[in-house]
Design a protein around this ligand. Sequence first.
Ligand code: SAM
Length: 243
Amino acid sequence: MSKATTALIKGDCIKALKKLKQESIDLIFADPPYNLSGDNSLTVHSGKPVKCDKGMWDKIENIHNFNFSWLKECKRVLKPTGTIWISGTLHNHPSIGVTLKELGFWIINDLIWFKPNATPLLSKNRFAPSTELIWVASKNKKYYFNYDLAKSTNNGKQMRNLWIMNAKRHITPHPTEKPEELLERIISIGSRKGDMVLDPFMGSGTSAVISKRLLRDYIGIEISPEYIKLAKARLKKEKVASI
Ligand SMILES: C[S@@+](CC[C@H](N)C(=O)[O-])C[C@H]1O[C@@H](n2cnc3c(N)ncnc32)[C@H](O)[C@@H]1O
């Protein structure tokens, strides 16, 4: 097998998804806007409390309609054997779950990523958030899933839906960059070499870099030209694995 192909598309994912061929994608990883910015919540930056603002892209007027539109297109482009993995927090995750059901997806798992080193909570009015949630879904019950790989990478024990991984220091200035380790696990278990991976909210390009490393073909969509630049720079540095 030769090198994997990588395509980055600048623009709105709903428009871009409409142009992709139906049933052409083996695995979709989506890390959509969290719907978290602008609700007066605080976070910690360099040890100081600051207003939580991820950027304009995180402020969406009707998040449920938005979720319906992009997930409908994802369903159209996903192969019958494919899977979709969607990460988020409680601000958007319930809407995603309802939408998956409305669109007739089959929900395979609700994964929980637990971050033992999560940022401490400043206010003393609730438990300190330390998880992100990942829906895993497919179009029917016959989908690709590498159970044996999951087991072998978990010291020979069946892998559970609670994944314990520390949050990592960011490689790029993107405010919500995902750890490479997380994407490596998702893409290696959910797809094979040569498969086509799609990320409609590519951000800093974490899924792009891991797809290249694992020899998967890849399409990434991102609305911000600044983040497309970050992803391109990361991809340039990424060596292709030897096989
Ligand atoms: C949560 S971040 C993804 C972070 C990414 N997983 C990473 O590791 O860097 C969501 C991204 O979606 C982009 N975005 C927001 N709305 C979009 C849209 N309608 N179409 C395409 N990209 C969009 C934002 O610019 C942001 O970079």
